[in-house]
Design a protein around this ligand. Structure first.
Ligand SMILES: Cc1ncc(COP(=O)(O)O)c(C=O)c1O
Length: 437
């Protein structure tokens, strides 16, 4: 039984043993494209996935063929993140978006549809509207909290239901268990973007999610130096009963392997590796995985501080006379404070969104006048970050799309860092004053 305190130990130890070749305690960077086979027979077996399937799940077994598909350094990170999320396996990718794309590649084909909450990161919204459409897949957006609307939108062509744990940018937390029931009743998986919560605050798999993706670029790495993503497999999905040709049928692209039959609970992880990574080429590099591994060690500690700091800053902003509204899941006033209190354990995250009395111009002026905070298009850095989404990240959305995804013209997005809160508040105070005078 997982205990929250296990995170502190797992973040340091899970998925790693001292390197069997050298005894190195820190994970070595296996900067290699390929791995020597013992002989021709061994090579043939490896390509046929003919071996004990479990052996492919550990980092240092010599079961490697080519680093586009599998690499010991990258796999150490994959095993650690799978443990933190409570999954059976995971695949790390070159970005968060690549993790989403890997999942969509396996689940959806032309003629299918995706049912997604509309409160989404702008890039996901564009991917669901324009990118998948080019592959003949459509997306039906529903209000994040309108559970009947999800059920009504699902039909026999639905590939999966998608939602964010803390929806960007309104920071809404849906009732994950209810959504999992709705998806499962229809025989489709629940696919959750857990980027804003990280496994330290929420483990969606414990609440019924089948697949979880994170942009590791954000808090999981936390220093703003490395783009990356992870797709985590719960191991709980009945792929053999559900209708997903890539996973549950004899796969012609992998000489007839039926991943559900061959790999059982871990079918999705193996299909993602052998079909997805092999053909899409979106695996995370060993160097990026190595840097992210260093940062994961302190993730639980950093998340504690992000949450504490964000709460202090949210309370300050909520009392500021020039602030017309504020979203922070930890405040009683937030519309999903109840769900957030149920599903987030250990704090309410590091994100705040708020508006100023004087609207669009004031919001732009405020982000222009910060000095400590950095004006840039990222979140989840150790440093405080700020942006005005309407003129930047969500600029390409129509007015209707902006409204559906909750981006109002006056919205300022703040990613609260690990600095001293007095310094963060001083900075906001002077920026707001400059913008509203
Ligand atoms: C909630 C959320 N999900 C996914 C992504 C995409 O991640 P990446 O930039 O690593 O591709 C982002 C990026 O901002 C995000 O905020």
């Amino acid at each position: 039984m997982f205990e929250k305190d296990d995170l502190y130990t797992d973040a340091l130890h899970a998925g790693q043993e001292a390197d069997p070749a050298t005894g190195a305690r820190a994970p070595p960077i296996y900067q290699t494209t390929s791995y020597e086979f013992e002989d021709a027979e061994h090579a043939a077996e490896m390509f046929a996935l003919e071996d004990d399937p479990a052996a492919y799940a550990t980092a240092y077994t010599g079961k490697n063929i080519y680093s586009r598909i599998q690499n010991p350094t990258t796999m150490t990170l994959e095993n650690r993140l799978a443990t933190l999320e409570g999954g059976i396996g995971s695949i790390t990718t070159s970005s968060g978006m690549a993790a989403l794309d890997l999942g969509v590649f396996l689940l959806a084909e032309g003629g299918d549809n995706i049912v997604s909450s509309s409160a989404l990161y702008g890039g996901t919204y564009t991917y669901f509207t324009h990118t998948v459409e080019r592959r003949g897949v459509s997306t039906r957006f529903v209000d994040t909290l309108d559970y009947e609307a999800y059920a009504e939108a699902i039909d026999e062509d639905t590939a999966f239901v998608h939602v964010e744990t803390i929806g960007n940018p309104a920071l809404v937390t849906p009732d994950l268990e209810r959504l999992a029931d709705i998806a499962h009743d229809a025989g489709v998986p629940l696919f959750v973007d857990n980027t804003f919560a990280t496994p330290c605050l929420c483990r969606p798999i414990e609440h019924g999610a089948d697949l979880v993706w994170n942009s590791t670029t954000k808090w999981i790495h936390g220093s703003g130096s490395t783009i990356g993503g992870v797709l985590v497999d719960s191991g709980n999905s009945p792929w053999g009963e559900w209708d997903y040709p890539e996973i549950s049928e004899d796969n012609p692209a992998y000489h007839g392997v039926n991943f559900a039959e061959r790999f059982g609970d871990a079918a999705f992880t193996y299909a993602a590796r052998a079909r997805g990574l092999r053909d899409l080429g979106n695996h995370q590099s060993p160097f990026d995985a190595w840097i992210t591994l260093q940062k994961v060690e302190t993730l639980p500690l950093r998340m504690e501080r992000h949450c504490e700091n964000a709460m202090v800053v949210a309370e300050y902003l909520s009392e500021h006379p020039a602030v017309s509204w504020i979203n922070y899941p930890g405040l009683d006033s937030h519309e999903t404070h109840g769900n957030a209190s149920e599903y987030l354990d250990g704090g309410y995250g590091g994100m705040i969104t708020f508006g100023l009395e004087d609207g669009y111009e004031a919001a732009r002026d405020a982000v222009n006048n910060v000095e400590l905070a950095s004006l840039l298009a990222n979140v989840g850095d150790a440093k405080t970050l700020i942006i005005h989404p309407a003129s930047t990240t969500h600029q390409q959305l129509t007015d209707e799309e902006k409204q559906a995804s909750g981006v109002t013209d006056d919205l300022i997005r703040l990613s609260v860092g690990l600095e001293d809160t007095n310094r963060i508040i001083e900075d906001l105070e002077s920026a707001i004053e400059a913008a509203t005078n």
